[in-house]
Design a protein around this ligand. Structure first.
Ligand code: S3P
Length: 450
């Protein structure tokens, strides 16, 4: 039994990589485990009474950073096998001895600030250069309304010192941005507030916290309201241990499936992909683009429906991607932009202001990625237009700046698999934050990435 809490994986790839047209891209891979659910499972187990088992945890740098932080807050978090984790929760978290370094992970840091808020502790949160440039005030403002005190660096950035309280106020809050991270931070704090905390979302974002927390005994509910969602949590209920089997990540599955669409020589299948509608926007857009895609139900895990998804190469057409779909595919715009380059006609994506607050300014960076590879794009304040060149006609040959952003690195490599000339990305290290099996999966499908 391995008990040091570290995944015994081969060392993560780093430095530049070049992807080129490959003689074969086809095959079947199991989906990489979902990042959002992995973070939440560790956090909830870490504050529950008893021993929880998590199966198929995503052992990526982001999730391992969360596991390390939850351990520093008092829980016993152990790796017992491949993707198998055992967590003995600490129903009262304590002040950690050192900083809580969440690396590259916005989900890790924002959700943990909410989760830690209801305890009598002081914690200082830090992160890497990308995370340290991202806005934290969106989470700190509602947490302060609930009763925590915070000290942040200029502009509401990390490092953030948070003083929690065992006497939090319940609040009713409508986040000014559509953000599952903001919603989840408030709900996790609300687990310890006096009364009912309500988060109102005019546009629903992923409801993974709302789905998972009740498995651990939380009094948390959600109600759909048109395109929106109202989530409620009543504070004071003790959490108990639970077992969670993590479903496959639709955001990671997008990369091998995109490779199949733009560079496939036969079918590419990814099995066990979560089809939660709040995460499935990309696949709906691919259908609109005329992609040859089949989605076959494949049971469920942790209350989430799964499917095996198969794509085949074929002609794609440019589409209009409306703002209302953005919350359900917020992480997928870099890879959609790449796919759009291989479509015929123009793809116009709007309502993308939030992309500027991701691991990088993903809106500008996606435009730069395509422009560097001979694709005509127009970048707006909150929109991106891609002039598709059709299958086989994307020039490539450029260098992609990944800006510490895992999804840009993977999108750049997929572009290279279908482009006329090889595409180099400057650094692939960040891919390990979300999809540590990326290179293995792509190699198994035949992708030429060296
Ligand atoms: C996530 C929410 C999204 C997403 C991130 C994961 C989550 O961020 O971009 O990768 O697990 O709650 P926002 O909620 O800030 O949009």
């Amino acid at each position: 039994m391995v008990s040091n809490g570290k995944a015994a994986e081969h060392p993560a790839a780093s430095g530049p990589r070049t992807a080129r047209r490959s003689s074969r891209i086809e095959g079947i891979r199991a989906a990489s485990p979902d990042k959002s659910i992995s973070h939440r499972a560790i956090m909830l187990a870490g504050m529950a009474q008893g021993i929880s088992h998590i199966e198929g945890l995503l052992e990526s740098a982001d999730v391992l950073a969360t596991a390390g932080a939850v351990r520093a807050l008092g829980a016993n978090v152990e790796r017992t096998g491949d993707g198998q984790w055992q967590v003995k929760g600490a129903p009262q978290w304590r002040s950690p001895d050192g900083d809580l370094d969440l690396g590259n992970s916005g989900t890790g840091v924002r959700l943990l600030m909410g989760a830690a808020a209801r305890f009598d502790l002081t914690a200082r949160f830090t992160g890497d250069v990308s995370l340290s440039s991202r806005p934290m005030e969106r989470v700190l403002a509602p947490l302060r309304l609930m009763g925590v005190t915070t000290i942040a660096a200029d502009g509401g950035r990390l490092p953030v010192t948070l003083n929690g309280s065992t006497r939090l106020n319940a609040i009713t809050y409508t986040p000014p941005v559509a953000s599952a991270q903001v919603k989840s931070a408030i709900l996790l704090a609300g687990l310890g507030a006096m009364g009912e905390t309500v988060v109102i979302e005019p546009e629903a974002t992923r409801a993974h916290t709302e789905t998972l927390a009740p498995l651990f005994g939380a009094d948390m509910t959600m109600e759909r309201d048109g395109a929106g969602l109202v989530a409620r949590v009543r504070g004071g209920k003790a959490l108990h241990a639970a077992d969670v089997h993590v479903p496959g990540d639709p955001s990671s599955a997008a990369f091998p499936l995109a490779a199949g669409l733009v560079a496939g020589t036969g079918p590419v299948t990814v099995t066990g992909v979560m089809t939660n509608p709040a995460r499935f926007g990309l696949y709906r857009v691919l259908e609109m683009m005329g992609a040859d895609i089949s989605i076959t139900p494949a049971g469920s895990r942790a209350g989430e429906a799964l499917a095996d998804i198969t794509v085949r190469p074929g002609t794609l057409k440019g589409v209009q991607v409306e703002p209302h779909i953005a919350p359900s595919m917020i992480d997928e715009y870099p890879i959609l932009s790449v796919i759009a380059a291989f479509a015929e006609g123009v793809t116009h994506m709007t309502g993308l202001a939030e992309l500027r607050a991701k691991e990088s300014d993903r809106l500008a960076a996606s435009a730069a990625l395509l422009a560097a590879n001979g694709v005509k794009v127009e970048l707006g304040e909150d929109s991106l237009t891609v002039h598709g060149m059709g299958q086989g006609d994307v020039p490539g040959g450029g260098l992609v700046k990944t800006l510490h952003d895992h999804r840009l690195a993977m999108a750049g490599l997929v572009l290279g698999l279908g482009a006329k000339d090889p595409v180099t990305v400057d650094d692939v290290a960040m891919i390990a934050t979300s999809y540590p099996g990326f290179f293995d999966d792509m190699a198994a499908l035949g992708a030429d990435i060296a």
